[in-house]
Ligand binder design. Structure first.
Ligand SMILES: Nc1ncnc2c1ncn2[C@@H]1O[C@H](COP(=O)(O)OP(=O)(O)OP(=O)(O)O)[C@@H](O)[C@H]1O
Ligand SMILES: [Mg+2]
Length: 428
């Protein structure tokens, strides 16, 4: 009879939940990725902040260039000299844009040295022609140094660049106020361009990280859904099949018992319908106590000798839900993978831990259900337990019986806090 359970799974692999596939990154049901995953919802629409940050930076750069441009025009120099000044300014602007681009600091050191060197030459040589009116171009050089050179060397270099702007006014015999003005305007330009560039890069990084977090949340939700569906449908289908087969055999000789079993099948199918709805909504409250009584009825129909020892008392709802789900999958496995004649379920609490143990005999490779897309039940249980700080072990003992042992802390939040603080201390 139990052998036919395996056939049911084999007949309808397409109808079975493909938990394994989903965990491997597959798409349950093979449907198209939703808008959130392909980036339309995360990376495509909400791009205002990075654009705004970059826009503010560009406007600032343009404003400083415009000031220098007006200063050059104010000198009343010949057309070719003015054109030369504007050409150099545009070259500096192009180099600055490169230095202010996201990831410019990760460029090869040689390339950074070459572009910084070019910017330094283009910054200092024109001072011979334009004197103080070339002013803020040195600020761009300072910003580039802060952006590309490691901080330890960058800030002293930046200070040197600011001070170097005093040389020309001093040589020209300008007063103290004008000297201070030159140094101050260079510093202001450098700090503003550096600050706005870093801000734009940070906004870009935060935005990218947010997208990544949202994608991870979608993937986790998909895993949760696949796990829940696997556990809910695996058990319900096994139980319904088992009871239906029993009914089929009972009808000729014991129609009264067949009627009773039919009522249970109805209850089971209604329950699984409501479970599937709850899985879809993301809320699924299960209790170990209820689950024990439900599996007793199912295992009874399988004509197993069932021993139950349950003394857990009031459980934390999270632990209760996890242990109930584990019992479901453990019993599904008993039905699918063994020709058990006895099954023992122990659920006890001791020393701050809840212990659930399911032991069955009848482990026989011939009775093992090897339908495709299977093999994620034990892994799911392990993950569920790990999330609350618990552990799982499963396998055949020396007596040939299969034993599944789940241990979960009675107070998961306290247990996880202790584990976290231990890990933090070790890290220090
Ligand atoms: N109670 C059991 N009795 C005998 N063998 C078992 C029992 N439980 C698990 N096994 C063995 O462990 C294997 C892994 O079980 P697991 O629940 O992870 O996967 P599955 O039941 O084969 O597939 P799925 O749960 O994804 O539908 C099974 O294929 C079976 O060989
Ligand atoms: Mg299983």
């Amino acid at each position: 009879m139990r052998r036919r359970l395996a056939e049911l799974y084999e007949r309808g692999p397409g109808e079975a939940p493909e938990a394994g596939g989903a965990e491997a990154g597959g798409r349950p049901g093979g449907g198209p990725a939703n808008g959130t995953e392909n980036g339309a919802g995360i990376g495509g629409v909400d791009v205002l902040a990075p654009r705004l940050a970059r826009g503010v930076l560009l406007v600032t750069l343009a404003s400083f260039l415009l000031i220098t441009f007006l200063n050059i025009l104010a000198l009343g120099l010949s057309g070719p000299v003015e054109a030369l000044g504007i050409g150099i300014m545009l070259l500096i602007a192009a180099i600055q844009l490169r230095h202010s681009a996201t990831g410019a600091d990760r460029a090869p050191t040689r390339l950074k040295a070459a572009t910084l060197g070019a910017q330094a030459v283009l910054t200092y040589l024109p001072i011979v022609l334009f004197h103080a009116n070339w002013g803020s171009m040195a600020g761009f050089l300072g910003a580039s140094v802060l952006l590309l050179v490691p901080a330890r060397k960058a800030w002293p270099l930046f200070g040197l660049i600011v001070l170097s702007m005093l040389v020309n006014p001093v040589l020209d015999g300008k007063g103290l106020l004008e000297c201070v003005y030159m140094a101050e305007s260079t510093m202001l330009c450098g700090i503003a361009v550096f600050g706005l560039t870093r801000l734009a890069c940070m906004v870009h990084e935060v935005h990218a990280a947010r997208g990544e977090l949202a994608r991870m949340a979608v993937a986790n939700e998909r895993l949760r859904f696949a796990r829940d569906l696997h556990d809910v449908l695996g058990y319900s289908l096994s139980a319904i099949t088992l009871k239906s087969e029993l009914i089929h055999r009972l009808i000729p000789n014991n129609p009264r018992r067949a009627m009773e079993e039919t009522a249970e099948v109805l209850t089971l199918s209604r329950q699984s319908l409501s479970d599937v709805r709850m899985v879809a909504r993301g809320v699924r409250d299960m209790s170990l106590e209820q689950e024990i009584s439900s599996v007793s009825s199912v295992l009874g129909s399988a004509e197993l000798k069932l021993e139950i020892e349950a003394s857990l008392g009031e459980l934390n709802p999270q632990v209760d839900g996890v242990l109930a789900t584990i019992l479901r999958e453990a019993v599904t496995n008993v039905l699918r993978h063994s020709k058990a004649t006895t099954c023992r379920i122990e659920a006890v609490a001791q020393h701050g831990w809840a212990r659930l143990c399911v032991i069955n005999d009848g482990v026989d490779a011939r009775y093992r259900d090897t339908c495709p897309n299977s093999g994620s039940g034990l892994r799911n249980m392990e993950q569920r337990l790990a999330a609350i700080g618990g552990t799982l072990s499963a396998g055949c003992g020396p007596d040939g019986r299969f034993q599944l042992l789940a241990n979960a802390p009675l107070d998961p939040s306290r247990h996880l806090a202790v584990v976290d603080s231990g890990a933090a201390e070790e890290a220090v």
